[in-house]
Design a protein around this ligand. Structure first.
Ligand SMILES: *[C@@H]1O[C@H](CO)[C@@H](O)[C@H](O)[C@H]1NC(C)=O
Ligand SMILES: *[C@@H]1O[C@H](CO)[C@@H](O)[C@H](O)[C@H]1NC(C)=O
Ligand SMILES: *[C@@H]1O[C@H](CO)[C@@H](O)[C@H](O)[C@H]1NC(C)=O
Ligand SMILES: *[C@@H]1O[C@H](CO)[C@@H](O)[C@H](O)[C@H]1NC(C)=O
Ligand SMILES: *[C@@H]1O[C@H](CO)[C@@H](O)[C@H](O)[C@H]1NC(C)=O
Ligand SMILES: *[C@@H]1O[C@H](CO)[C@@H](O)[C@H](O)[C@H]1NC(C)=O
Length: 557
């Protein structure tokens, strides 16, 4: 996950046969009845699922007499919230969403209306993404009963605890932002379901509904914590690469990230939210927050994952992005109510203290935070960045205390350097290749780099065959032979890899701009194509068959 945050004084910018189709519609009916999740829509259907129009703009209006909120087409100047979505997935691999709210309405109404309008412009994509990634997680056809019941009670208890805290702490800006985040989700769920009612007091969110989409990261840890038998996270699985690179002469600071995930997750939307919240800090700032997942391999720590006293990670990171004014403050806010779920190494890059051409300001440019259950460690790494000229992140904790506590030493003993902070394949590739980054293009090449058949650093000695497509800056685990032999799950053939690349620099970040590529890398390897891959039977509604896109520059009006 990467978030670019920019603020200004006074406000916040902040697939398929007919048979399959029928099945899909049936699944929708079951979902609405059984798990209270997502119902099918009365939308136009193509051969590949519901048809998302190329472009659509909608607004949410408030009837001041009745207090009712309603959705209308187009952008209206008196709207509480408006959004437009351009679907360019078949041309670029991305859809783009721009959403704004009006400061004439209170924060709560803005947040709920934002959720409403987002669902209204992106409902087909939401449906297809749900079908590709979430359906059957806890029903309707497959169900790990014990786990799903534990998960449901955990989430209900957690939502209940947060509602109590919100009532007890009405004057707290922290709980105000938690409430706004949940109200936005509530607006999304209500609008998608066609029953809109703005809640003024306590409200409920379905534990196994839209929340599951928000929770995908938190679930990686809720699953082992709640003893799920088959877990999402494969042992040792990479989950994102990141590189922060100070160019020679400090002439620019580049921040780049690529997301690693299952290929079913490739319906992607780049979003820009502009909220006009009243109760948020004043001041001009521009920073980038990004993470790679470190996970937890020490079962003794799962006892710290509890529904009371925890705010799940997906909420904590939004709240920290909205309330912090610098990296240290971001870390202070983020670490409160550590849920021990979605355990990541976070990097906060503060562009407002980076001065091109100047020596290190000593602090504040780069803050690193690492979270595992029961522990959060934070340090300012500005000096190290200026000395080494780069910070690389590749799913291993950099703080020894975190490394030791999270069960990694045992994995190093068992499997060797693959799990060590300095010896893992990506640590070595970044170390060898970072000095070749001198501009945006060379950064993009490194972030898309995967020459596993020829690069000795991609070798896995214990594997047959030795070259492994997971051991690269941008993994292509689909290219590992199915009949190979591998020491652990991450190195097997999987429908998994780096599915994008995003990069920004000082100039672009100030305008919330970035360069981006969607889909698995094809620089040194053949492009991924569903129909010729071993994974064609996995649902991938709405996705292009061939993933072969060039970089694009994302800009906003
Ligand atoms: C939203 O609409 C504006 C005005 O028509 C257009 O310039 C912009 O590109 C649209 N943005 C998206 C993300 O569709
Ligand atoms: C916000 O505005 C709405 C509509 O006017 C109102 O019902 C609500 O009480 C206001 N305040 C909060 C905190 O929701
Ligand atoms: C998970 O299993 C462990 C070991 O059997 C047990 O101690 C723990 O209470 C279980 N946790 C949950 C949430 O069921
Ligand atoms: C981590 O474990 C290693 C090996 O047991 C030990 O040498 C080191 O001191 C530990 N580091 C910390 C910070 O606990
Ligand atoms: C990384 O380094 C290797 C070895 O020097 C080189 O062959 C390769 O082209 C480099 N890749 C990138 C993207 O810089
Ligand atoms: C694995 O399958 C490939 C063809 O897909 C074949 O060439 C190779 O000999 C097989 N290797 C083993 C170890 O069975």
């Amino acid at each position: 996950m990467v978030v670019l945050v920019y603020g200004s004084p006074g406000g916040r910018l902040t697939q398929a046969l007919t048979r399959v189709l029928v099945l899909v519609q049936l699944v929708g009916v079951f979902l609405s009845g059984m798990t209270g999740a997502i119902a099918p829509m009365g939308r136009r259907w193509g051969p590949d699922g519901p048809v998302q129009p190329i472009a659509r703009t909608r607004s949410v209006l408030l009837d001041t007499k009745t207090g009712q909120l309603s959705l209308v087409d187009g952008r209206r100047s008196d709207a509480v919230a408006w959004a437009n979505l351009t679907n360019a997935i078949h041309e670029t691999g991305w859809a783009f969403l721009e959403l704004g709210t009006s400061g004439r309405y209170n924060d709560s109404l803005q947040a709920y209306a934002a959720g409403m309008v987002e669902a209204a412009v992106s409902e087909e994509l939401i449906y297809m993404h749900w079908m590709n990634t979430v359906v059957n997680y806890c029903g309707p056809f497959e169900y790990e009963v014990g786990y799903c019941e534990k998960l449901k009670s955990f989430l209900e208890a957690n939502l209940e605890w947060m509602q109590e805290e919100m009532e007890l702490n009405r004057d707290s800006i922290y709980w105000h932002q938690v409430r706004l985040t949940l109200l936005q989700l509530k607006g999304l769920e209500d609008s998608y379901g066609g029953h809109v009612t703005f809640p003024t007091g306590r409200f409920t969110i379905k534990p196994l509904g839209f929340l599951l989409l928000q929770l995908s990261g938190d679930l990686e840890d809720l699953e082992p914590a709640l003893n799920k038998s088959k877990t999402k996270r494969a042992l040792g699985s990479g989950s994102c690469s990141a590189l922060i690179k100070l160019l020679p002469g400090q002439r620019d600071l580049l921040v780049a990230h690529n997301t690693w995930n299952s290929y079913q997750n490739m319906l992607r939307i780049i979003k820009k939210y502009s909220f006009q919240f009243h109760e948020s800090p004043q001041g001009g700032w521009a920073w980038v927050t990004l993470e790679t997942t470190i996970g937890n391999n020490n079962p003794a720590l799962w006892k710290y994952v509890q529904p009371e006293g925890s705010v799940l990670e997906w909420v904590r990171n939004i709240v920290a992005n909205r309330l912090a004014l610098d990296g240290a403050m971001w870390a202070d806010i983020f670490k409160k109510f550590n849920s021990g779920t979605y355990n990541n190494q976070w990097m906060v890059v503060d562009y407002k203290v980076f001065v091109p051409g100047e020596p290190s300001p000593g602090s504040k440019v780069l803050t690193i935070l690492e979270q595992i259950p029961g522990m959060v460690v934070v340090a300012d790494k500005t000096e190290e960045l200026y000395q080494k000229t780069y910070w690389a992140s590749y799913n291993l904790p950099s703080f020894e205390t975190v490394f030791n506590a999270s069960g990694l030493p045992a994995l190093v003993t068992r499997y060797g350097d693959w799990f060590s902070y300095e010896g893992s394949p990506r640590a070595q590739i970044f170390h060898r290749n970072q000095s070749g980054v001198h501009d945006m293009d060379s950064m993009i090449r490194l972030m898309r780099y995967n020459n596993f058949l020829h690069d000795p650093l991609s070798w896995c000695i214990a594997c047959s065959p030795h070259p492994n497509a997971e051991n690269a800056i941008s993994a292509r685990s689909d290219l590992n032979p199915a009949n190979g032999s591998y020491p652990f799950q991450a190195l097997h053939q999987r429908s998994h890899g780096g599915i994008d690349m995003k990069v920004t620099n000082l100039k672009l970040s100030k305008a919330l701009r970035l360069q981006a590529i969607s889909g698995p890398t094809w620089d040194q390897v053949p492009a991924f194509q569903w129909s010729t891959s071993p994974f064609n039977s996995l649902l991938h509604m709405g996705q292009p068959d061939l993933w072969k896109f060039l970089p694009i520059e994302v800009w906003w009006d």
